[in-house]
Ligand binder design. Sequence first.
Ligand SMILES: Nc1ncnc2c1ncn2[C@@H]1O[C@H](COP(=O)(O)OP(=O)(O)OP(=O)(O)O)[C@@H](O)[C@H]1O
Length: 272
Amino acid sequence: MFQETSSQAAAVAEITSGGLLAPKISARRLNVFYGHKQALFDVDLDIFPRGVTALIGPSGCGKSTFLRCLNRMNDTIENCTVTGSVLLEGVDILASDIDVTALRSRVGMVFQRPNPFPKSIFDNVAYGLRIHRLAQSRSELEDRVEASLRGAGLWDEVKDRLRESGTSLSGGQQQRLCIARAIALEPEVILMDEPCSALDPVATAKVEELIGRLSENYTIVIVTHSMQQAARVSQRTAFFHMGRIVEEGDTREIFTNPKDERTESYITGRIG
Ligand SMILES: Nc1ncnc2c1ncn2[C@@H]1O[C@H](COP(=O)(O)OP(=O)(O)OP(=O)(O)O)[C@@H](O)[C@H]1O
């Protein structure tokens, strides 16, 4: 269950070396309401730079709601109110004067179902670069598209078909295309909401391997229903239950020596 690449091991060492690193993101007293229904209750969580933090817990416990707070995706949901603070390198991203478009280019997101635009493979990756005017010339655009596709481990599979539609790819390739689209903007943080739930085991393994490589350079937060996946890809884990964080910390510790009986029940399959 706990096979680590050397880079993941390095990330673990860095993250766990006496807590020397400042958190990349700190959520404090985060409360989220959908209308009158409260979905998160006073959630505090630090997310450390680089490496992977997994959010686990039973269905409806608030994992996706929490994830969406980290790049203000809850703003798009009518009736959703968020209180508390989410500090990204010390700056509260929930503040009213935050440029949400700029925030989302720093904190990218990959969704449960691969959602490529109905555009060519090239244009899917080029889209954000064009919108944000991140390439000054056609050749720079092409270079950045190639680098992003290489970064997502997809280049060799698509280099001869860049003009074909993104939707013509397999599900696993589409998800890696969405990851390429996210990393094209060189975000600092990548949020992943069950990125493998629609994929077969082979495609899942490729995306997990990719997550391991990306975690050398990016801070990754992943929601997963698979405890095996959380154990394989993450160095830190937070266990949510009924809108609260019950326990969080080193993944190995959470899975081998949980402190709270609700965590233990969940990881041993007694609640779920
Ligand atoms: N758009 C919404 N409108 C109203 N209630 C919502 C909305 N999204 C989520 N909720 C409610 O908020 C609570 C937390 O939901 P959330 O999707 O964050 O949980 P989750 O842990 O990600 O669940 P799952 O694992 O099933 O995806 C649930 O009770 C859910 O019904």
